[in-house]
Design a protein around this ligand. Sequence first.
Ligand code: ATP
Ligand code: MG
Ligand code: MG
Ligand code: MG
Length: 571
Amino acid sequence: MSTLFLRTLRDDPADAEVPSHKLLVRAGYVRRAAPGVYSWLPLGLRVLRAVEQVVREEMDAIGAQEILLPALLPRDPYESTGRWTEYGDNLFRLKDRKGADMLLGPTHEELFAQLVKGEYSSYKDLPVILYQVQTKYRDEERPRAGILRGREFVMKDAYSFDLDDDGLKKAYTAHREAYQKIFRRLEVDYVIVAATSGAMGGSASEEFLAESEVGEDTFVRCVESGYAANVEAVVTPAPEPIPFEGLPEAEVHNTPDTPTIDSLVRWANATLDGTFGGHDTLKNVLVKVRQPGGDWEITGIGVPGDREVDMKRLEAALEPAEVEILSDEDFAANPFLVKGYIGPKALAANGVRFLVDPRVVDGTSWITGADQPGKHFVNLVAGRDFTPDGTIEAAEVRDGDPSPDGKGPLVSAKGIEIGHIFQLGQKYTDAFEVDVLGESGKPVRLTMGSYGVGVSRLVAVIAEQCHDEKGLRWPWSVAPFAVHLVIANKDEAAIAGAHQLAEDLDAAGLSVLLDDRKASPGVKFKDAELLGMPVVVVVGRGYANGTIEIRDRFTGEATEVPVDDAVTRVT
Ligand code: ATP
Ligand code: MG
Ligand code: MG
Ligand code: MG
């Protein structure tokens, strides 16, 4: 420590509100360069690298391959997907000397899709998972809490490419499990919640939220059933089944053989006097269709920006399709069917009768129906996204509201997003026409997933979840050093003994931070607590009698042990 590039601060930085920010600055782990832009000093960088290492190991374990793309990017690919505009002020934009538009990458779906298109041409090349650990740029409206919400930050972003939805689901599950391992190894308390896809597009998505009072995400969960969702993604539970008598009836007609969502919407518009307002209000409705000769698949429609494509797929799939009503069990078993669903049997059977419940529940109107009177099932449930007056306005879900699965009340809590996994589907592969030659000789459009971990944010999250009033307390997996060895004895033999002990610990595979400064024991102990290595070893007064002290930074327990036992007692 006498040569370490480190200065600890006694006072909290003026701009810091949350504990992790205060402590990481006071302990000399990071320094602010600009709002939301931070420098990593030696100890901080070691934690960052340790987090990266855990992430890399678990990504490599699922067969993902690491590459590195540029952060400085041309406008074109982001123009192709509409995100040059969609990202708005969050995008760092710049011009090169010739006046060409460029950006600093906020996330890299476009670039990975283009890359795979360029390299791969046959179904034999698939599947593939690629990832990078890279610096991302987002001009956040409110950069906050130091590295917790930076404008420059480190993300692990992975992308899967598959021939079919089955492959995509496998890749998604592999990432989900890898993330569980990562966060367990990092000793983070987290929950997995249903999420919305936001600017990413696609159908299914879940977030990993670290539980924390300083989190900016609110989630709800049902203790009874284990259901958990970001409040942005919560669906109002379906109302009680209603009697059909006295409700308006309508018939859906299209061509004799191919009923479509269009016909349903046209009918609904007519029946409900225009209150549906068209496709745009039918957001996140999911349909399960059996492909001719193929497997069941979930098709999303009405996702913003995705609608046309998915409508085409849906109609193509419907033509000779067999369809099945999703049961409540299907619904409960599939965590992604949270927004609502259509029983496609009703779509396939031409001239089906729908019965309408014109009630408005919680600002949401519901349509229920049956293929024959008396046999009740929910044909179409539109989520909060559509309201009778056509506005899209989600009602806030509150503590105590019933869980959508009906198993108990919802309880809300705050969380910090540490990971996010998406089944993107073909949004990006459509944009760049990423096809390979299929087994049958016909081109196959690839389907894609994307998976992010907030690597630099995790450093703050761990600090947030793991500290006390004295300072940081790193878990072994990411501690900058395993042992903080304090020399608290001026005697030459003790000093030499401490250096020897440091070498012995090092030889036993434990990294050691040796406090050999000419400071008082009190100052050294305070710094050891602030810096937060898991074990503090003190070579102090007892050294003359052949003992040293081992302090556990987690429990606060201190034990006197013989010098000769020191290495075995620490390991
Ligand atoms: P948030 O909701 O916190 O703004 P996000 O949903 O915009 O995050 P994603 O696009 O899903 O973020 O990116 C993947 C991961 O990158 C997030 O789960 C998060 O851990 C991390 N991340 C996103 N924005 C930041 C940021 N400004 N600073 C640090 N980490 C970030
Ligand atoms: Mg964000
Ligand atoms: Mg988010
Ligand atoms: Mg996210």
